[in-house]
Structure formats: structure tokens, C-alpha cells
Design a protein around this ligand. Structure first.
Ligand code: AMP
Ligand code: MG
Length: 321
């Protein structure tokens, strides 16, 4: 049975947080809101609890999990934080930036997907932070959806995918950013790598680093197994529409910032900015597929800065590119 408990995201009830933390301490699974998407949490230091995450999601075992922490001090108990990592954490945490660093022995192999590195992040959501603190451990949490499906940005979607598979859902309303964190590899601080674009824009990180984030080559790609899998996909085909690229394919529903000439407005979701698009992308996929449309056309966001790089990544994966 899966219990859902509503919380005030900014000021969650201590009784509910204690209940959720007891579930985590006992090796159970609790979904919780972060500023990016809903996470499916378990005690990151308990290999059996971690293996339940993989089972509940149907996630490939070699795809490592992000460890969610409540402080930089906690992250430095789990990973070897070089000066660059510390500087980025001090500037951007809590926030949608995940750092991949050499793992300490405290992190079980199951959490790391067998790698010698671990990914750490401090989420910018008071409910998430209260849960991590009360659990007195790091919380491993991928997105709280069945593997391959669009990530959940509200508790109803978590329940849709996870009912009967997890112990508890903390319902803190709809998430802000809407796509997952940016993941960078800092194992070599002289050569930081962009493993996954996301909620924290590249140019802001690069300005802080004074370095360009490189794209992983084929060797370092092996170090980020998650990037190999198809992801974020609704159950109907996703097609990409470019502004100035003519009409939409026949009979497609539409999501984007501009309105194509032949869009059927009864099956269109129009966003006011790239941030608004990111916030609504996954929920839009879920809404339109539930309306049994035969395909979803999505606008390719062209901006070179801000959240558009993360959006393009999610869109091209959803389209199976
Ligand atoms: P998810 O939690 O499903 O949104 O995905 C977490 C992302 O972080 C995936 O792309 C993982 O491959 C990546 N990740 C987690 N841990 C590591 C690690 N130790 N090294 C490289 N990538 C990682
Ligand atoms: Mg995910």
C-alpha cells in the first residue's frame, strides 16, 4: 500500500516528516518533491533499500543514483570534494546542480552502479531537506517514475506510476523547474565535463568555473551510464517542430512557445518562456497522451542560453534521438 500525505512544501509538518524518515531508516521507499521533479528516495547507504528503487522503477542496475544531501559537510563524507567542487557547492547549493566526484567507501556499490564515483546534490526544497535531515542519512533518489517514462512533476503522476510499489508519497504540490538537475563530472577539476544538461544553465556554471564544460568523449561517456538509455518518453510518438519549419505533421497535438499555422488549439499547450516550457514539458506529455492523441509535436527551443539546452536534451530523448 502506498500512503500519500499532503505537506506544505515550505513548512512541512514534523509529524509527517518523522513518519517518512522512519520509513527511510527502515529501508523503505518514499517519494518526495524537489525543485526539479519528484524523487523516489531510499537510504543511499543501505544496499537493500537501494535495490528496491531499481525494482520499483524497473531501472537498469548499472545506472547510478544521485545521493541527496542536506549540507556540503554531508557531501564531503560521501565523496572526495576538491576545491572546485566545494566552490560550486557553496555557490549553487541548494540547487539543480549535481556533482560527480570520487566516491568514499561509505557509498555502497549498488548506489554508484558499480562505478568508483558518486553523484551528490543538495535539493532546493524545504520538504526534501527536512526529510534528508530527519532520516540522518543521504537519500538516493532518481525521478519517481517507471523507467523510461516522463518524470513526475506532481504527486498524482507519482501515484499513477508507483501505486503499490512504494511506501509513501509526500505531496508538496507541483515542482518548479520541471526538468532534472544539471550533472557535471568534476573528478578532474581541470577538465570538468557536462554529463547531462538540466536545471542549472551551462553559462552560469562556466562563469563561476572560469572554464568551459566539455562534452564527454566515448571513454568518459561510459562513466555516465544514464545517458545511454531512452528516456522521458510518452506512449505516443514525439515529433520535433522547428519555428520557421513549416506546418505541423498531420493530426499531431502540439506543445511549444510559438503557434504553428495549422495547430489545433484544442490540443495545444502554449508556453510563455523556455522556463515555463521546462516546467510544463513532462506534465504536458502525460496530459496529451492521456487524451489519446496519435502524436505530439514539440517545438525545438533555439536559445543558446538558460534552460534551453536541458530542454533540447529531454526533447531529443523523448523523440528517440
Ligand atoms: P536520474 O536520477 O534518473 O535523473 O539520473 C541520474 C543521472 O546521474 C543519470 O544520468 C546517471 O547516469 C547520472 N549519474 C549518477 N551517478 C553518477 C556517477 N557516479 N557517474 C556518472 N553519472 C552519474
Ligand atoms: Mg529519471
Amino acid at each position: 500500500m502506498t500512503i500519500t500525505a499532503a505537506v506544505d512544501r515550505w513548512n512541512p509538518s514534523p509529524v509527517i516528516i518523522t513518519t517518512a524518515a522512519e520509513i527511510i531508516r527502515a529501508g523503505g521507499l518514499v517519494a518526495f518533491p524537489t525543485e526539479t521533479v519528484y524523487g523516489l528516495g531510499a537510504d543511499a547507504l543501505n544496499p537493500e533499500a537501494v535495490s528496491r528503487i531499481f525494482t520499483a522503477k524497473g531501472r537498469p542496475q548499472d545506472n547510478p543514483l544521485i545521493l541527496h544531501v542536506h549540507s556540503i559537510a554531508q557531501a564531503s563524507n560521501l565523496t572526495v570534494m576538491n576545491g572546485t567542487a566545494r566552490k560550486l557547492a557553496e555557490t549553487f547549493w541548494p540547487g539543480p546542480l549535481t556533482l560527480v566526484l570520487p566516491a568514499k567507501e561509505t557509498v555502497p556499490s549498488a548506489t554508484r552502479g558499480g562505478l568508483d564515483t558518486a553523484a551528490v546534490r543538495m535539493p532546493d526544497n524545504p520538504t526534501a531537506l527536512a526529510l534528508i535531515q530527519a532520516s540522518d542519512t543521504a537519500i538516493a533518489a532518481p525521478s519517481a517514475n517507471l523507467s523510461g517514462r516522463p518524470s513526475p512533476t506532481d504527486s498524482e503522476t507519482v501515484l499513477h506510476d508507483m501505486a503499490g510499489r512504494i511506501d509513501m508519497i509526500l505531496d508538496g504540490g507541483s515542482t518548479g523547474v520541471g526538468i532534472e538537475s544539471t550533472v557535471i563530472d568534476l573528478t578532474d577539476p581541470e577538465r570538468p565535463l557536462m554529463l547531462r544538461p538540466g536545471g542549472m544553465p551551462r553559462e552560469i556554471i562556466e562563469a563561476e568555473l572560469g572554464l568551459t564544460l566539455e562534452v564527454p568523449d566515448s571513454v568518459s561517456k561510459k562513466r555516465s551510464p544514464g545517458t545511454r538509455y531512452r528516456h522521458y518518453a510518452p506512449s505516443v510518438p514525439v515529433k520535433i517542430w522547428r519555428r520557421g519549419g513549416g506546418l505541423l505533421p498531420e493530426n499531431c497535438a502540439y506543445m511549444g512557445m510559438n503557434i504553428p499555422g495549422n495547430a489545433d488549439m484544442s490540443r495545444a499547450i502554449i508556453f510563455t518562456s523556455a522556463e515555463n516550457y521546462a516546467h510544463g514539458l513532462f506534465a504536458g506529455f502525460r496530459k496529451l497522451e492521456a487524451e489519446n492523441v496519435s502524436c505530439i509535436a514539440v517545438e525545438w527551443p533555439e536559445d543558446s542560453s538558460g534552460i534551453s539546452e536541458g530542454l533540447r536534451d529531454r526533447i531529443s530523448r523523448a523523440a528517440g534521438k
